[in-house]
Write a protein that binds this ligand. Structure first.
Ligand code: FEO
Length: 169
């Protein structure tokens, strides 16, 4: 039985995963509008990933007989200053998600809720990869320093990303 405090926090996290999906959909829309079709593809796959993160948590809450609530998804930003800006905002967002998940893990540990703690460790591990990937893209964008051909090449690389359901492992 998950404590009421942890249940409420997990429901908030469920909302944040879907909010994240929506944030990335907004980023994809921006990139598409600016002609960065590869980056638009990259963020669309990021959107799909967040939906699977939400579903993994949703299924866990169902299995644990939690009285699920689905709070509102907030409107998101669709305007950014540049390709660098949109990826920097993406990194900031993932850093906030990492903090949320660490706080949730602390709460599960305090409750001695090993099942929930184990589930959360999957998310914590996933965050390491997410942050590293976005940081790498930011480094490449900084390296080309606004050069058109450089940005074109990065965008082309981002177009090759394909969706892999990491929750299936
Ligand atoms: Fe579901 Fe990008 O964290």
């Amino acid at each position: 039985m998950i404590s009421k405090e942890l249940q409420d926090s997990l429901i908030q996290q469920l909302n944040k995963e879907y909010q994240s999906a929506y944030i990335y959909l907004g980023m994809s829309a921006y990139c598409s509008k600016e002609g960065f079709n590869g980056a638009a593809n990259w963020f669309l796959i990021q959107y799909q990933e967040e939906v699977t993160h939400g579903m993994k948590l949703f299924k866990y809450l169902e299995d644990q007989n939690v009285d699920i609530k689905l709070p509102l998804i907030q409107e998101v930003e669709v305007r950014f200053n540049s390709l660098l800006d949109v990826f920097q905002k993406s990194l900031e967002h993932e850093q906030t998600m990492t903090k949320n998940l660490n706080d949730l893990s602390d709460l599960a540990m305090k409750d001695k809720d090993h099942a929930t703690y184990n589930l959360l460790q999957w998310y914590v591990t996933e965050q390491v990869e997410e942050e590293a990937t976005v940081s790498g893209i930011i480094d490449h964008i900084k390296l080309v320093d606004g050069n058109g051909y450089g940005l074109y090449t990065i965008d082309k690389e981002l177009s090759s990303r394909v969706f892999v359901d990491s929750t299936a492992n």
